[in-house]
Write a protein that binds this ligand. Structure first.
Ligand code: DCS
Length: 284
């Protein structure tokens, strides 16, 4: 029995009905968030919900709840489904209306759906590191919006997957932007580099947590783009996301990064990150 949230109610998954005319289905016309659950508690939920409202604002959509109400819905889904380690998924579409590109009448209500799912931490990849494949970033120019339109990300991830890699390292005009569902960091001579939070990347919540940790630890950071060519020469590379946490990258296109094992500073950041997870009960 899995309880989902839709239109103000908690309902069994099997009983839910979504309209064929939902604009999420026709156009990917909606926004979403993924919030991590550790030890039965939501992690950085307020930041994720705040970003959901920012994404909605950027696509001129109104969410018929307050931020506090959505956090409470995420919490209730976690509790009622007895999730210990996993995540909550929330999406809001512009509602159901006959298919025309322009927005429907203001009377058409946005559709809010959410679920919570048990999902172990990718412990082996976090420990041993992962291989990535470089893929051209062909996405649109508003990657700062966490939109349901993920075809560019899906194609990149599939290309990486078919090459036996866990993630795509996206590059635009020779510059590394981010992963298909993660942010990217490089380390050279003790300085951490990552793409600035502009329209070309999603400003990840985990990215922001890591930047905060670096500040506390007095690790020098430059939010400055680096090239694909430079990425091969980094001492260390890692990716961050809600579900991947801080994940070392040990090779790009089969070429080893550094010694081909997770680097020292990456390891240190992982340790400090783990300490601030709720109840430090990270679970597996
Ligand atoms: N960049 C992109 C394109 C993403 O999709 C994500 C998260 C990130 C960066 C990292 O952001 P967070 O640190 O806030 O998670 N992708 C979510 C997803 O679709 N599944 O898991 C996380």
């Amino acid at each position: 029995m899995t309880l989902y949230f839709m239109d103000g109610q908690f309902t069994e998954r099997e009983e839910l009905r979504v309209s064929i005319d939902d604009r999420g289905y026709y156009f990917g016309d909606g926004v979403y968030e993924v919030i991590k659950v550790y030890g039965g508690e939501l992690y950085t939920a307020e930041q994720h919900i705040a970003r959901l409202f920012q994404s909605a604002l950027k696509v001129k959509m109104t969410i018929p709840y307050t931020e506090e109400q959505l956090v409470e819905i995420a919490r209730e889904l976690t509790m009622r489904n007895e999730i210990s380690v996993g995540h909550v998924y929330i999406q809001v579409t512009r509602g159901a209306a006959p298919r025309t590109h322009q927005f429907p009448a203001a009377t058409v209500a946005p559709v809010v759906t959410a679920y919570a799912i048990q999902n172990p931490r990718p412990a082996a990849s976090i420990e041993n590191g992962v291989a990535v494949k470089s893929v051209e970033d062909i996405r649109w120019l508003r990657c700062d919006i966490k939109s349901l339109n993920l075809l560019g990300n899906v194609l990149a991830k599939q290309e990486a997957h078919e090459a036996g890699c866990i993630e795509a390292l996206l590059h635009r005009d020779g510059v590394v932007t981010e992963g298909s569902s993660s942010n990217l960091f490089g380390i050279k001579n003790g300085t951490i580099y990552t793409h600035p939070a502009n329209n070309l990347i999603l400003n990840g919540i985990t990215r922001q947590v890591v930047l905060g940790l670096c500040q506390e630890l007095a690790v020098p950071v430059e939010e400055k783009p680096f090239t694909l060519k430079e990425s091969f020469d980094m001492d260390e590379l890692f990716l961050t996301s809600t579900t991947s946490e801080i994940m070392p990258i040990t090779s790009i296109d089969g070429r080893l990064i550094g010694s081909g094992t997770p680097g020292k500073l990456t390891r240190h950041l992982q340790k400090v990150f783990a300490l601030q997870i709720p109840s430090s009960n990270v679970g597996e």
